[in-house]
Design a protein around this ligand. Sequence first.
Ligand code: SF4
Length: 331
Amino acid sequence: MWGGGGVCGGKVGGYNGVMKIILANPRGFCAGVNMAILTVEEALKIVGTPLYVYHEIVHNRHVVEQFVKEGVIFVDEIDEVPNNSTVIFSAHGVSPEVRDAAKGRGCTMIDATCPLVTKVHMEAIRYAKQGYKMLLVGHAGHDEVVGTVGEAPDAFTIVESPEDVEKLSFADEDKLVYLTQTTLSMDDANRIIDAIKKRFPQVKAPPSEDICYATTNRQSAVRELAPRADLCIVVGSKNSSNSVRLTEISQNSGCQAYLVDDKTELDHQWFKGVNTMLLTAGASAPEHLVREIIQELVDQYGGEVEDAHVVAEDMHFNLPRSLRQLTVLNN
Ligand code: SF4
């Protein structure tokens, strides 16, 4: 049994040697995901079931499936939530339209939006009031982008690539500002922002970086460690933006990368000729899935596990006020 570090023996199935596993730090749950998951757990204790969550609480299949087993009902539209029920908004945030619709149905709302997403919403509201036209650098259709744009739909244009910037037409006198989705690749975002600045020199930057600390740190770890590895495995779901970005960053560093939900998705063909591999996890991927993959690899290939610390993290978010108020009401 793998015990959390050092050299471990194991069956070497057709593999000549002991594979080195570099474990990226930081990896996995960020403060926003932790808070959102705890919010659902606490709400289950206080309100019980049925408990409704608007959209996936975080983009991870295992997290969602576990909550479904516990009686949580995930909905894509607010009109799927019965009147006067309790509904939780996911870590990705929602538009005012969704909040109003839930209020109109008499729902008790618990807002598990990550505070770093809320910060971008607040910027959008402030700039819209000041008459700015806003460019949102992000992926159209992503829950977070839909929620942010919903704060001021007429003021936003979504920009997904430098090519999109070429198609924009704003006048020199237009007040312009750009904001970004929190989970973008820093390199991709910078390329798009550079194109925006070149085309529209008057564009204003947000007061502080919108790409969040967790995205930045997980990407920095992969950028630093991937050049040492022959293969990178990222634990995360396919619809997790920050997990997909980690695979891209590894690939851009010349290290082949695969995104897997869990150990059952590992293809042992990938490990042929691999001496050193990098293992990381997106911000919504539970650590037990990483541990199971390490155990599987140690069993198959032997494994010298190196815990590689690149950036220290110490971020914590309180549970939402709406949940704390509910706790008081139910005591
Ligand atoms: S990835 Fe960043 S913005 Fe998203 S939930 Fe985590 S801390 Fe918040």
